[in-house]
Design a protein around this ligand. Sequence first.
Ligand code: MG
Length: 362
Amino acid sequence: MKITEVRLGRISVPLRVPFKTALRSVSSVEDVIVEVHTDTGAVGYGEAPPTGAITGDTTGAIVGALQDHIIKTVVGRDVDGFEDLMLALDKCIVKNTSAKAAMDMALWDLYGQLYHIPVYKLLGGSRKQIVTDITISVNDPEEMARDTVNAVQRGYDTLKVKVGADPSLDVARLSAVRQAAGPDIRIRIDANQGWQPKQAVRILNQMQERGLDIEFVEQPVKAHDFTGLKYVTERSYVPVLADESVFSPADALTIMQMGAADLVNIKLMKCGGIYNALKIASAAEVYGVECMIGCMLEAKISVNAAVHLACAKQIITKIDLDGPVLCSEDPILGGAVFDEQNITVSDDPGLGIHGVQGIRYL
Ligand SMILES: [Mg+2]
């Protein structure tokens, strides 16, 4: 199966409501789509969202990395030489993890199609269903309470609440969410780097003293501040998950060796795809550090790739793949079925994507 051509396009998918975190506010998913064509007629699909505030990858940067480096590297190669292909992809340009992730997943899609096996089974997995949390955006406490009631009515039993935009209000926000959710709903929070280390410890311990029962906190401090992260991890009663601090497998290893976090968040857009995500998962298995799998504001192609990985690896115990359910429509044909919090992986070969409606080809 030889790669003959790569076509790039874009899709726009409106969100149900604006997505607001300590870093940004967004009202639609605007992603780059990668279609990898082969001489057998098989097509592999990939997707990358521009998340300049997190990865530094803009739409122009993703398209440029693909056109100038990545596409030239893969066209003409055989999908059956998969390890060679993965190493060449990793080496052809530094950083640019979103563009690499889009190509990586399209190649896994083709490799699975070549051997007629779904990717999660190719990776040894047997789990067919996973349960995702849903994000509650950072707003005033009353609006967050309303969003909480709405999410619980939609059947979600785990909420991921965004905090950190205005630290003086965070305890009040969380109190409103806990009151609206009741005692049985699991609540995890994400500060998106919004706190200073000492401030984080104070806020988290206040939350616990008030009985707000936080499952864990994501990225309380700045991404580069591994020492600050470790400070919070050692002093807070709330477990700490490293998200923006962990891009590469090397970052993950450093965090684990330092004991700087209790948990690690794997996102394909940060690490450059499934090939590198597997290395983070392996390191986590060695260190006994459980992982979350997360996504950016992504439509179903790339989140579906993350679903395959999550269904394959038992060390991934926390699922934060709510991109598709935050969208008001789904232009992707095939792939996993997203029924609110329940996600069921597809048994079609590869990643099981059959097409995308409304692609604007570049
Ligand atoms: Mg996060």
